[in-house]
Design a protein around this ligand. Structure first.
Ligand SMILES: [Zn+2]
Length: 164
């Protein structure tokens, strides 16, 4: 279950436009520049639905290559795994395979995206009885809305749907 963020929600009567990767209600345009991870390489906005009440939500996930490498090295050290044994080239390929952009094309987006778009429980929300019990259940992937990646200059470029 995610945090309810009631302190933020009470600031506005308007429904949030989207929810970030932590379930924080957001009221601005869903743009990659508003992603909470300022070092993210890729950002996806997609729709999920609640298993309990079928309400849908626009949510965001981001992907950060350097954070993933750092985390993998930390885990390898924790497991006392010899870093000399790590094939850094293979590791780079494996990491790229977990990325949104390399795992998706216009044609196979529906087949591949659910594997990399696990949002977990939906944002905490209400149904007619109060807090929806679906807030504690894994959300269901409905569809990809937009996908962005930073180019070599660090500028966000829309990668899905392909512009034009
Ligand atoms: Zn619900």
């Amino acid at each position: 279950m995610k945090h309810a963020f009631s302190d933020i929600r009470t600031l506005s009567d308007r429904p949030p436009r989207w929810y970030d990767q932590y379930g924080v209600p957001r009221y601005c345009e869903p743009e990659p520049a508003h992603c909470p991870d300022i070092y993210a390489d890729q950002v996806a906005f997609f729709t999920i639905s609640c298993q309990g009440c079928t309400q849908t939500f626009l949510v965001q996930l981001s992907w950060n290559r350097s954070a993933l490498v750092t985390e993998l090295l930390r885990v390898a050290q924790f497991l006392n795994f010899s870093l000399e044994k790590l094939d850094m080239e293979q590791l780079a390929v494996a990491i790229d395979r977990t990325g949104f952009v390399s795992a998706i094309s216009q044609r196979d987006s529906h087949a591949r995206l659910p594997a990399v778009s696990y949002y977990g429980d939906p944002p905490v929300h209400k149904n007619h009885d109060g807090i929806c019990p679906g807030s504690t259940m894994t959300s269901e992937f409905v569809g990809l809305d937009r996908l962005y990646a930073k180019n070599a200059l660090g500028v966000w470029v829309q990668r899905y749907p392909y512009p034009g």
